[in-house]
Design a protein around this ligand. Structure first.
Ligand code: CDP
Length: 222
């Protein structure tokens, strides 16, 4: 697969790729694959919300208090290898505190700066194509059925040595979809100009290959 050239004509307009979608849809895998293919840096914006949630959880803060959640935004460094970031309690808290407007505002600059870096970037999350980088050169909205997503999340948790039960995970995914899609600020929403990619019947490699094809097609059309 050809990598994007670093110099040359039109080109060399910074390429920003926005990848949005619900929990365990495959957006992270796809975003990493796109970043590797196009030689771009990648930000998993969910990690920011998870880091705030973990911070709050560790000092025993109350997720139902927007004020306490905002205080927890004071996260200087995030260790992506910290297993607790992916634990179910932290996932649940991340989903609820991400509905607070002040929390979203506090995390905005970090994401916009990443998206605005000179060489371009790939970001994945819930509101990249709609709020963080509305002018992104290519936008994907990645989805899969709740059942497939629950199976993937169970596999992921078990591989990390964490407890996981399919029925509980499915319920949690549905609850999170509901919360993420219906919050007042920056709800999970397919941008009007985003391309829909359903990964229900695709392996990870197939999903990445399809995402690359769709992005290249979009770039050629521009
Ligand atoms: O990996 P998964 O899709 O389960 O979650 P994530 O992308 O790590 O995001 C964790 C939570 O943060 C989600 O449930 C969202 O509510 C929230 N989030 C958000 O509101 N906006 C983003 N750009 C990214 C995540």
């Amino acid at each position: 697969m050809a990598k994007r050239k670093a110099s040359g004509s039109a080109a060399r307009r910074a390429l920003v790729i926005a990848v949005d979608g619900p929990a365990a849809s495959g957006k992270g895998t796809i975003a990493r694959g796109l970043a590797a293919h196009f030689g771009l840096p990648h930000m998993d914006t969910g990690l920011l919300y998870r880091a705030v949630a973990l911070n709050l959880w560790r000092w025993g803060g109350d997720p139902s208090s927007e004020f306490e959640a905002l205080r927890a935004c004071d996260v200087l460094a995030i260790d992506p290898g910290d297993e607790e970031l992916r634990s179910e309690p932290v996932s649940r808290i991340a989903s609820s505190i991400s509905a607070y407007p002040s929390v979203r505002t506090a995390l905005l600059d970090r994401q916009r700066q990443f998206a605005g870096q000179p060489g371009g970037a790939v970001l994945d999350g819930r509101d990249i194509g709609t709020v963080i980088a509305p002018d992104a050169g290519a936008k994907l909205f990645v989805t899969a059925s709740p059942e497939v997503r629950a199976q993937r999340r169970v596999r992921e948790l078990l591989e990390r040595g964490m407890p996981a039960h399919y029925e509980d995970v499915l319920l949690d995914i549905r609850a999170r979809d509901e919360r993420d899609s219906h919050r007042a600020v920056a709800p999970l929403l397919q941008a009007a100009d985003a391309i829909l990619l359903d990964t229900s019947d695709l392996t990870a490699d197939e999903a990445i290959a399809e995402a690359i094809r769709l992005v290249e097609q979009r770039l050629t059309a521009c």
